[in-house]
Design a protein. Structure first.
Length: 315
């Protein structure tokens, strides 16, 4: 049996500086990748969380991510989401690499959001409000700053100490940063929701008409970080319609209540390819649940950029 080589977090981070990750996601969508083509995520409840199985195939590679979600882990000093990514050769299905999926997930989620933000947000958007202070909040700050001239950051978090630490870290990167409240939505150009909240974080009536909201915290049909007011007032962009209608509680709730026509949901690939224009006169919402193709695209990029990839594939 072929034993795949391990590519750790350091290898992932070396291979995927945020601009590279963003470009890889964008180019895969431009190149014809169909987010709807892959199998649905398998979610297996276990006593202390969930096991997630996410297989995909694209561009000469196949792969599968085994992820675990353990809500009690942060109290133990462990990541809430852990796992590993097994990358395979697309033709022979030979295992090529076992990729650290904590770093891979943090980067890929934010990179996908940045692709959406670059298409949806005002070109001069500079005031960013972040709900959450964990790994995804940090990754999204880097990702949004890679595509927009953000110079003012406000963080809202349940843990005051972590929120202050996030603001201090952001200030150390040359932006004005402070801890705020949900009311700061009223002045934000960009809002990122990266939390474990199961109920809406802010009143959508406060949103500016040209604001862009990104919600990435949940892949469960009974959880929502944004309210129906936000959803119904916005152009809603999702990774894939069928997936959103199965997993995105932020969208499912308004659809089931008869407040949102599911046919109005816009696929991210359509926006990337210029097939669907986005009206500039109303808020824009990108609701992400995370999909297997995203992990595959970036795991392949990590492998291709590693010495191992050079040796095996000559890239």
């Amino acid at each position: 049996m072929t034993v795949p080589a391990a590519l750790d977090a350091a290898a992932v981070e070396r291979a995927l500086p945020m601009p590279v990750a963003i470009a890889a996601i964008r180019e895969a969508l431009r190149g014809g990748l169909d987010p709807a083509a892959g199998p649905a995520r398998s979610v297996v409840p276990v006593p202390h969380g969930q096991l997630l199985l996410m297989p995909a195939y694209w561009g000469g590679y196949a792969g599968v991510k085994l992820a675990t979600v353990a809500p009690g882990n942060p109290e133990r000093g462990l990541p809430r989401i852990q796992g590993a990514y097994l990358l395979l050769d697309g033709e022979t299905l030979t295992p090529l690499a076992l990729v650290d999926s904590v770093s891979l997930t943090a980067i890929r989620t934010a990179a996908v959001s940045a692709v959406a933000v670059d298409l949806l947000a005002e070109p001069d958007a500079r005031r960013l409000l972040v709900f959450g202070s964990g790994p995804q909040a940090h990754s999204h700050l880097a990702a949004v700053r890679a595509v927009r001239p953000v110079d003012e950051v406000v963080v809202v978090g349940r843990d005051e100490g972590r929120a202050r630490a996030f603001a201090e870290a952001a200030a150390g990167e040359g932006v004005t940063a402070r801890v705020g409240t949900a009311a700061d939505v009223a002045s934000a150009d960009l809002v990122v929701c990266a939390t474990t909240a199961r109920t809406p974080l802010f009143d959508g009536a406060l949103l500016r008409s040209r604001a862009t909201v990104v919600a990435v915290g949940s892949h469960e049909p009974d959880a929502a970080e944004v309210d129906a007011t936000t959803v119904c007032a916005s152009t809603v962009v999702v990774e894939d319609r069928s997936t959103a209608l199965r997993e995105a509680g932020d969208v499912i709730g308004p659809v089931q209540a008869g407040l949102l026509d599911p046919d109005t949901l816009v696929g991210l690939a359509e926006v990337v390819r210029g097939a669907v224009p986005v009206p500039p006169s109303r808020p824009r919402l990108f609701k992400s649940v995370g999909m297997a193709w995203q992990d595959l695209v970036l795991a392949a990029a990590v492998f291709a950029g590693s010495r191992l990839g050079e040796e095996i594939h000559g890239v």
